[in-house]
Design a protein around this ligand. Structure first.
Ligand code: SAH
Ligand code: SF4
Length: 365
């Protein structure tokens, strides 16, 4: 019997462009130019990004025109703002079809950019919109870095009121599971830290518990932060929310988090999305507190944001507070994360390119 195979590639497509070649190999794109031109271009790309080549004022016009076509590895299909202009979300469309999102949040002393590492996600956590809509492909390192540089260029053109004029912090908490795209994510970290000059401590990678990736990241030479999305402190419940838990159960995830702390000296943080009647019970708090204490980890409580394909609802405000207070009383460190960007589907777990006309999906709000 012939079986129908649906082939979904997890390999990034092979494309060229200023952000897609390694910063050390830029001369490949400019074979006829003197090396100082290559250095000038590298500066525009990594030190002071501009939205169009027109801004690259020290480059000859002919060269700028040549670079014009594919300066960015995506098209900016949509920009949305919320929270009085202090949250900005971009929808980037790749030439081969997939769309990804990045969200910038301005605060008084920092601007935090939440970036995507994959188009979609294969891990299928029940509560997460990205997971609900499947996996398209891994992003290339250059596609990850370009999200940061686009946000930075945009901030230069249009700063946020009472916030720094550049991206000060980066979190890999957008679409996708970064540690399931290890090679490209590692290369994006290298470019951000060693070429752009971002402080590693200002970058946080979030994982739902890809244990081999957590261990590899611990062994890298940079002190990036690691956030572990735990959401349940007991295997049966955790597996019902996070299919990956069957492969890497809680004990293994905790051991890998401990290894990360021991190796890097950086405490991990624990992410906990609160769902009404599911993981906001006293019992779960009692199981979570000792894990957090052992790891000396800070717990970020995230009131669940509604997503289309789950029955689960956000916990009530009272329940969120009671859960936090119980953790504090048990000697764990916990705070409730303020919600940003919910009105534009830009909040945690809502990213799924809701405006994608091709899929016929409409935003849930
Ligand atoms: N795949 C990685 C990083 C992307 S998700 C991970 O899961 O950690 C970023 C964070 O958003 C995770 O902590 C995730 O659990 C959380 N999240 C997912 N869906 C959510 C929802 N509906 N409401 C609130 N947070 C959610
Ligand atoms: Fe993937 Fe993270 Fe969403 Fe789970 S929560 S489906 S790992 S993006």
């Amino acid at each position: 019997m012939p079986t129908e195979l649906r082939i979904v590639s997890d390999d990034p497509v092979d494309r060229d462009g200023p952000y897609l070649v390694a910063p050390e190999e830029l001369e490949r794109l400019l074979p006829d130019e003197p090396s100082f031109r290559v250095d000038q271009l590298r500066e525009w790309l990594y030190d002071k990004p501009v939205t169009t080549t027109e801004g690259m004022v020290n480059l000859p016009v002919a060269l700028r025109e040549r670079l014009d076509d594919n300066l960015w590895p995506f098209e900016v299909e949509q920009v949305q703002e919320a929270d009085g202009g202090r949250t900005r979300k971009w929808l980037f469309r790749m030439p081969d079809g997939p769309a990804i999102e990045a969200v910038l949040m301005g605060y008084r002393t920092r601007t935090t950019l939440c970036i995507s590492s994959q188009a979609g996600c294969a891990l299928g956590c029940t509560f997460c919109a990205t997971g609900q809509f499947g996996f398209e492909r891994n992003l290339l390192a250059g596609e990850i870095v370009a999200q940061v540089q686009w946000a930075e260029a945009s901030l230069r053109n249009q700063p946020m009121r009472n916030s720094p004029d550049h991206v000060t912090n980066i979190v890999y908490m957008g679409m996708g599971e970064p540690l399931a795209n290890y090679r490209q994510v590692r290369e994006s970290l290298r470019r951000l830290i060693e070429v752009k000059g971002m402080g590693a401590r200002r970058i946080t990678v979030s994982t739902v518990g890809v244990v081999p990736g957590m261990r590899r990241l611990a062994d890298e030479p940079w002190q990036v932060g690691l956030a572990v999305s735990l959401h349940a402190a007991e295997d049966t419940l955790r597996s019902s929310l996070i299919p990956l838990n069957d492969r890497h159960p809680l004990e293994e995830v905790e051991e890998a988090a401990q290894y990360f702390f021991d190796t890097t000296g950086r405490r991990v943080s624990i992410e906990w999305t609160l769902m009404d009647g599911v993981n906001d019970t006293d019992e779960q708090a009692d199981l979570l507190a000792p894990v957090a204490r052992r790891l000396d980890a800070h717990i970020n409580l995230i009131p669940m944001n509604p997503t289309p394909l789950t029955e689960d609802r956000p916990s009530s405000d009272d329940r969120v507070e009671a859960f936090r207070d119980r953790l504090l009383a048990l000697g764990a460190n916990a705070t409730v994360r303020t919600i940003r960007g919910q009105s534009i589907d830009g909040a945690c777990g809502q990213l799924r390119a809701a405006t994608d006309g091709r899929t016929g999906l409409t935003s849930s709000r």
